[in-house]
Each structure stands twice: as C-alpha cells, then as structure tokens.
Design a protein around this ligand. Sequence first.
Ligand code: ADP
Ligand code: ZN
Ligand code: ZN
Length: 816
Amino acid sequence: MHFIEVILPLSLAKTFTYRISEAEFHFIKKGMRVAVPFGKSKIYTALVLDVHENAPTLYEAKEIHQILDEVPIATEIQIKHWLWVANYYMCGIGDVYRGAFPSGLLLESETIISHKPDVVVNDSELSDDEFLIYEALHHQSSLKIQEITSILNKKNILPILQKLIAKDIIFLDEEIKETYKPKLVRYVKLHSKYESDNGLAGLLEVLKSANKQKEIVLNYFQLNASEKKPITVKKLTEVSNVTAAVVKALVEKEIFEEYYLQHDRVTFNGEVSDKQLQLSEAQESAFSGIKNSFLEKEVCLLHGVTSSGKTEIYIKLIEEYLQTGKQVLYLLPEIALTTQLVSRLRFHFGDKVAVFHSKYSNNERVEVWRQTLENSPKAQIVIGTRSALFLPFNDLGLLIVDEEHEQTFKQTDPAPRYHARDAAIVLANFHKAKVLLGSATPSIETYFNAQNDKYGLVTLSERYKNVRLPEVLLVDLKDKHFRKKMTGHFSDLLIEEIAESMSLGEQVILFQNRRGYSPIIECLTCGHVPHCQQCDVSLTYHKHKNQLRCHYCGYSIAKPTNCHNCSSIDLTTKGFGTEQIEQELASLFPKAKTARMDQDTTRGKFGFEKIIDTFKNREIDILVGTQMLAKGLDFDNVGLVGIMNADNMLHHPDFRAFERSFQMMTQVAGRAGRSEKQGKVVIQTYNPNHNTIQQVTHHNYIGMYKEQLYDRQIYRYPPYFRIIKLTLKHKDFDKLKEGAMWLYQVLSQNLGMPVLGPEEPAISRIRNEYIRTILIKIPNNLHLGNTKKTIQKMLNSFEAVAQYRAIKVVVNVDFY
Ligand code: ADP
Ligand code: ZN
Ligand code: ZN
C-alpha cells in the first residue's frame, strides 16, 4: 500500500496521511499539490510532504481526489523553512502553508468564485465541464466550489476551475483587481536655452510679433516669481485664459519644456538621468564595507542616516548579485512604499523586478510564484512585504530588509506570528545567502547583535551630497501655555516656522501620533504621566473602574485627583487627532492647501499613494499625518517638519516606547530638507529635557541605544530576555479568569523564570470575548527550544482540562 503525507491549509500542527495508487506513487513528488477530502464533505488543496508506505495507525487513510500539479510547486528549502517557522513561532504547519500560498493556488470547497462580467467567451474553446460552469455562473453571479461540485456531479473539479482562472473567465471573490496608476500632472518651465539672461532677451526678440504668446510667457514669469513652486500647464492656461493647445504650441516652438514631477524629478533638479549610478565617496566606502563584512558574516547591518542614499547602495549590491545569476529578495515594511521603490529599481533593472504583496491580484501573485519557482529572468529581484519571504526561491543570493526596525515586519494576526527580518535570516542560512539589514534607526536587538559581532556593522553618517541633518528646535509646551503663547495646539514658534516655509515655497509636514492610543492621564501643568514602578511603562486609564493599570503586571492605583509630581488638579485623559490639527490649520493658514494622511483618509485601496503623489506634485502645502509619514518616503521639497506632541509617544504603555519614539521622531524629522538644503524640525513637548527628546535633537542614536539597553537589562526585556505572550479568550468571564489563573500558576511554578499576569488588557473584551494575557520572559542564556517545548506541554495539558478546552490560547513568540 502506498501513502502520502500532506499538510492541509488549516490551523493544524499535524500532517495527514492519504492513500494513493501504485501509479500515483511513482508520479507524486514532495512539493506537489493534491486535492483531498477532509471532514464530512470538504475538499482542500493539500501539499505533499512525503511519499511512503506506512499506514496510519489511528485512522483509516482516505484516497486522494486528484493530483493537481505535474511538477512540484514548492521547494524543499521552502518547506524546511516553513517547518522552522511553525516550530519557532509555535503554530501549526498548516498555518504557515495557508499564509504562504496565494489563495489562487489553494482552492477548496468553500472558495467562492464568480465570472468576469465583461469577458466574451468563445464557446468552442471550452470543454463541456468548463462550459457548464460558465453557464451556471450566468444564472447565479457567484458560487461556492462545493456547489459547482454538485452541479457537475464530479469530485475532481479543481483542475477545471484552475483552467478557467487561467483563461481569465472566472475569478476568486476575495480578489482586488485594480492596480494603481499615479496621477501625472503636466508642468512647464522655460526651455533650457533661454535660462540665462541673454537667453531671455533672445526670447522676447523671437516673440516680438506674437503678442498672445508673449503674454503667456510674461504670465509665466509672474507666476514663477509669486508662487515659488513649479507651474502646472493648467495654472498657466487659467491665468492666461488660453487653451492647453496654445501652451502646447509654445512647447513645440521650444520656448517651454514640459515635464512630469512624478517621473522627471531627477531632470527637474537639473541632474542628468544617466543610468550609470555614481556612488559618493562615503557611499562607496560603505559599499565595500558591506562586501568585506560578507566575507566573514552572513548578516550585515547598514546603519545610515536618513537620506544617506541607502537605496543606492542596495542597488549597487543587487547589480553584483545579479551577475552571479542568483535571486534577490528585497523586503519592505509597507505596501504603500513599493510604488516608489519599484520605479526606482525598474529604472536600473528594467523587467527583472517582480513585485509580490497582498494587494496584488491572485493571478499576479500566482505568476510571481511561478516565476520565482522557475528562476525566471523576470523575477530575479522580488520586492515584497513580509509574505514574499514564503515564495519558492530556488537560489537566493541576497536578502535586503529595508527599514529593518519597522514593527510591521512582525505579523500579529493570524498565525504564523513571525518576524520577517528574523525569518529572513534563517531563510538566508538555508540558501547560503547574505542578508543586508538597513535602517537609520536600527532596532535595539539588531544593533545589539551588530555590537556583539554576530552581524557586521557599516555606518554611513553623512547625507547624500553632504546635506546637513535637520536642525531640531524644541518647544516647551509648559512654558508656552503659561505665557499664553499657544493658539490651539500650535506654539508661536511653530506658526512662525510654517509661515516662513510657505513664503519660501517649501512644503510642511505635521506629525501627530496615531489616534486610538491607549488612554493615559497627563498633567496639563507639568506634563507628568504616572508609570508602573516594576515595568517602566506608563499606566493606562480604565474608565469603567476609574483606575490606572499596568498592562504588563496588573499593578493598579485609583485614578489620582492631583498630579503626583506638582499637585496640580489639571489632569487630562484625552489626546488629539489629525483632524483637529487640520481644522486649526484652516483658520491659521486659510490660504494653504492642506491634506490629512491617517487611517481614515488612506482607507481606500490606493488612498495612501494618491496622497503621496499629490504631495510630491506639490499640490499640497501642508500635510498632516500619523505614523505612515515615518516610513522611508523620499520627498524633495520639505523645508519643515513639526511634531505636534512628542509626549504621547513617550508615554505609550510599552517597553519599547522610548525606542519607538526615537525612531519615529528621527524618521519623520528625516523627511525634512532632503534634496539640497538643511531642513528644520520643530518638536513640541512638555518634556524638553527628556533623554529621548534630547537624543532626537542631537541625532544621538548611540546615546539612545546605550540608555535603552541598560533599561532592558534591569527590567528584563529583549535583547536580554525573549518574550512570549499568551492571549486567552472566552465568552464566559469567570471561566476565562479561572482558566487564565490555572495556566499562569502551572507556568510560573514550572518554568523557573519570570511569568507575569494574568492581565486584563486595555481593550478587555472584543466581539463578546473577554481577554487575559500572560507574559513569559525567557532569559537569553536558557535554551529557547527546550523552554518552548515545556511551554507547549503545559498548553497541551491546559487543553486537556475539560472545562478550559473552549478557551482559545494565542501564542505570540517574540511579541512586539
Ligand atoms: P535613504 O534611503 O538613506 O533615506 P535614499 O536612498 O532615499 O536615502 O536617498 C535620498 C535621495 O538622494 C534620493 O532622492 C536619491 O535618489 C538621492 N541619492 C542618494 N545617493 C545618490 C547617488 N549616489 N546618486 C544620485 N542620487 C542619489
Ligand atoms: Zn503635574
Ligand atoms: Zn507593571
């Protein structure tokens, strides 16, 4: 008898055994997909892990429905990596499989499909079965695969559907189909031959007899003087009261030149768009530093200040790896950043660049999957967000993790709750590849590894073209309130600086921390925020109990009526959002064009890209935004960055609060003054002398690192301890409380390391389920694998207790 061992795309740790025929036994290979029955009536796409002759002992093996591939679609290294992820992050291999595959390759009986309304299909091109499905979908706009199974009265329908998908006749319902096309705005400038003073005289001579055209040129000069920003064709035609065709004629006469800011930025800056990239001296030495480090070490950290041209160095490095014929994976923290980067990379590598992320349609993702698997020239460089890590690479040579400090690299939900940077390092190891981590503000963990010689370290401390890092001005909010120098949330200094930037034709970014942060109590007089003595995080205000609580250890006090620091009774709990800032701006600067970039305004599919484009095209003067602004965007006309309130970042109840505040402020500040001149940053705070604020002001990363490292050791956090967070959920409050206590006691009695909790989080009930958390701190010197095994054993025994079985436990290893 012959069997296969498969993974199902379900949250299960086990593999399953199915029976196959002798012929199938000789055909099936590891990494192929098969359609298998599961449960009463479901069908899933399973992945073959092994082919063998051992019958399962606990159940009778069912037969498979059908083989779905002719050759393996997943590689052995890939599967090995998935097993590592499942093991390290304590989840089911099925979770990893499900997360890794594009759903177009994972059809199952519950999948819903629809037909494309606008395709014309030639009946003769369809098989009988295909035609039946096509017909059925005309009567019913969408169907479950299960329903189609009964329409055709067949069990093996997945291959038929796969063909219809490939023919573009049907699609999976969850798909997102649009792609984003940046809006191109046309601008005009004077043709370069008239740029000198002499040229101008010549120009007026040329136009002597063309009065209308002369008028347009004069209008152009006027606009140029008054607006101090690029002039759109639209604006010029409006002012001159002519049609676009008239301006076009002037372009043809070579009096004006047309350009698009979006694409022609380089030309616009007066630089030549020569394809050959020239590294600066500092970049050149960083580049060879990285290569030297790769001679000895697998991982290298490039610590380069904002706008030092890290991307250029990546590009040089990619060039070298491509020559060896190896594949390159370039990971980014955020989908929204890919548009910018892809155009930069395509500029150098043309169609060797493939993109992979969750907003891409299924067909596109399946295509990249196949190209990667086949080592196609079209996927030599894959750019993607964290899930691109799970593609079937054949021969990876280099992995780049850009903005490695970003917390979006860690997946929170659903499982696998992996950290893409860490999982990338393991993957590189399997491929014998190198990893370059890049950041202006490396995570404490990564810098620690670099300091301890685990990783190489290359520092690039000057900006490209030696532009100086922005000048940081601190505003003491306490003092400004006292002197009545505040207008709403704006200090007099910030208002002055905004006005100054506007008059220079420069753009402004105002940053306000994300809303929906856990509420804290802040003293309006001195800015003091109560902290937990044991955990060094700020206490969270729980309204219904009128308490302040620590989310890590559960320490609580009644809500104070006076400030512990200065005894003032002026305590506040509410923050303020981007919306309010935008409103205040409208009355302070009624003429400025403002826009807001936060979770509300970027919700639409390409909301983020649209705002970024409009800002780059200089149609927005002041951009008010949250976190997303801190993510490595490259603008070239930002003169000023204002940080509205630094304190609510500092007081976030999280042991990484100071590290993150430093990163966020430094990154946002880094958007200022990138192309030629030094920019300015205004930070408003109640704590101008706070160490973190001082470190940001003096661009002192090392100071921040040393201070935080010291705290991490004292308070037992990473990199000295690894943290596993358990989240328990149940509808019944008492049962959850009892169960959480049971598990906590078992863990703390048996583990011999700090176990904290069980704690009620700020949001203690979601969708009618109550929540409790337990935090386990594993010292660095203990064997992690063994500790996890012990924890897993206890979780298993917890599950074995009948009355707790219904309590869900979510395990988050290396909780961020
Ligand atoms: P970082 O990622 O370090 O913040 P970028 O790679 O975005 O910096 O570079 C900042 C700006 O400087 C970009 O507009 C980039 O095109 C430009 N730049 C950096 N290095 C070079 C170079 N060697 N040649 C031309 N332009 C460069
Ligand atoms: Zn106070
Ligand atoms: Zn505490």
